[in-house]
Design a protein around this ligand. Sequence first.
Ligand code: BGC
Length: 371
Amino acid sequence: MKKKVLAALMAMTMLALTACGSAAAPAAPAAGGSDAGAAAATSAGGKKVAVAMPTQSSERWMHDGANMKAQLEELGYTVDLQYAEDDVQAQVSQIENMIAAGANCLVIAAIDSDALVNVEQQAKDAGIPVIAYDRLLMNTDAVSYYATFDNKGVGTKIGEYIVKNCGATKDDPKTIELFMGSPDDNNAHMLYAGLMEQIQPLLDEGALICKSGQLAFEDNNTLRWDQQTAMKRCEDLLTRYYADEDLDICACAYDGLSYGCMSALEGAGYTEANWPMITGQDAELMATKHIISGKQTMSIYKDTRLLASKCVTMVQAVLEGSEPEINDTEQYNNGKIVVPSYLCEPVPVDKNNYKEVIIGGGYYTEEQLAE
Ligand code: BGC
């Protein structure tokens, strides 16, 4: 299994490099430093970019790390890529070590961004620019740029999908439960806001019914986006509120949460006949296979190759004095400053468009999806 994941990542890295116009680039390893890129250094001059990623337990972050490393090395930077396995303190220590080891620039995808405020200040004091990767770094003025997807847009698209496809009306209402992301991740709050904006009118008119009443984010969030936590909460909801009536919609904010709900639903005896609509985010390989088999209804495809390439332009900007492309200077107020951002577009995928979007986009091959 591990071998397959690695092979898939290598294939994606190659595709990413090709997409960036460097057909002759070598395949990059999934993690660790390398001198190969430095040998080809041009303007980068062997400068060191440290990349702090949250966890290897979710496929998307593996892709993000591999893409960042490959694209930075291609430009001649030396890369120190580290994962903290969702351990907040481990990420703090990693970043401290990156600073001590002489990083010229820090790229951070935070686990709990509030825990990083001090270490970001240390970076600022040492004159090391910081770039926020995918997740906004909160309550700091040490961050120069933010590369992400339109996070509210992710919620909007999940909500629009539910409204359009679930068939709920006042006369034929559907039941829904929400499984949202981690409260220490700004993205989770934005997604929730986008989702609620779409489904609130249906909740108000009684076309959608949340039997648990757990519609507030503080009641339906999932610390660290953890699959087991989502599974247990879903089990609990099914037992307490859905003994006599089926749950029709699991509005999940991430594929990992969808897997948790699927286990709970299977355990509670749900079958193809009463299987609910299940949403997700990231279009992981497993989730895309589930979309094909009908177990998961949709996901949000985020092209991590594109995100990495936008982030790399920000690294170049802070290290070489160039201008990165920015398309949002309003939405991402981190409590201290409004961070200049580039928002990539999230794309909803389901069984009707996965071939065009995911296979056509070179993200997974037909063979990978058939395995
Ligand atoms: C990312 C999502 C991801 C989630 C869990 C969020 O910050 O934006 O793409 O699904 O974290 O890893």
